[in-house]
Design a binder for this molecule. Sequence first.
Ligand SMILES: *[C@@H]1O[C@H](CO)[C@@H](O)[C@H](O)[C@H]1NC(C)=O
Ligand SMILES: *[C@@H]1O[C@H](CO)[C@@H](O)[C@H](O)[C@H]1NC(C)=O
Length: 290
Amino acid sequence: MSSSRMLKFWVLIACLIVEASAGNFYNDVETNFGNGRAKIDPRGQLLTLSLDNISGSGFQSKNEYMFGRFDMQLKLVPGNSAGTVTTFYLSSQGDRHDEIDFEFLGNASGQPYTIHTNVYAQGKGDREQQFHPWFDPTAAFHTYSIVWNPDRIIFLVDNSPIRVFNNNEGIGIPFPNKQPMRVYCSLWDADDWATEGGQIKTDWKLAPFFASYRNFNVDACVWTSSAGSSCASKSPDSINTQAWRTQGLDAKERNRMRWLQSKFMIYDYCKDFKRFPQAIPAECKRSRHL
Ligand SMILES: *[C@@H]1O[C@H](CO)[C@@H](O)[C@H](O)[C@H]1NC(C)=O
Ligand SMILES: *[C@@H]1O[C@H](CO)[C@@H](O)[C@H](O)[C@H]1NC(C)=O
């Protein structure tokens, strides 16, 4: 093959791979609030949420899942985003629900966003860890991932782990492993608490606010009542490596996570002695949360 034909060949192959691994929002999700404020482009590749003084907007996955890896690329509200909250999370239904959260708390222009993470098991949360991003999350898309397997939950940003929540059922800490969850994303107003504890309000003169989502990849067990916990099928268009089933952190990833935490973590419930004056939660012991 001539070199130009060779190049065309590789470009074709590369495109096929991208097509095969990028989800289509029309297949994978449905909007769940906002009355037309959530918009999917005609090719199903880009989903835009908007927020104005009447309503925010959101969407949810059509499927429920029981363990998996969930990747989403987000570009957050630019400029003065104070009071706004953009989310990407997993949640089950009903009371005593399970939930695994990424929430992005807006800020005044030039001030950093807060990446807020939390884990709820059987209705109990109170396990917040927060970070400032080490990049401008409004200038370009960045990838946020949740790995959820029977042993642990890993939060990743651009494929770097920032947090691990291990299964510590052995010492009586509930872990989300009995209820299937859906993926939810939303953009809403929370100016009573989001920015500097609610002191900076949403500037409605700047509305509508927009956040964009793309490349939703699910490599997970789709929950169907008949499949039960055997759960072998997958979403339409999704990659299905199943690598998440045993995913943990190797030494390099552990070091990377420790470094990111030391530089960019701004809140850790495990170090909040005021909030837990009796005793810090048992899962916080160093050997249990790394
Ligand atoms: C919402 O914003 C619109 C457009 O700026 C404005 O005309 C309207 O009065 C606002 N409504 C409320 C309830 O603040
Ligand atoms: C907003 O900016 C302030 C000042 O830099 C910072 O302390 C805070 O963590 C930022 N985020 C939020 C959500 O308030």
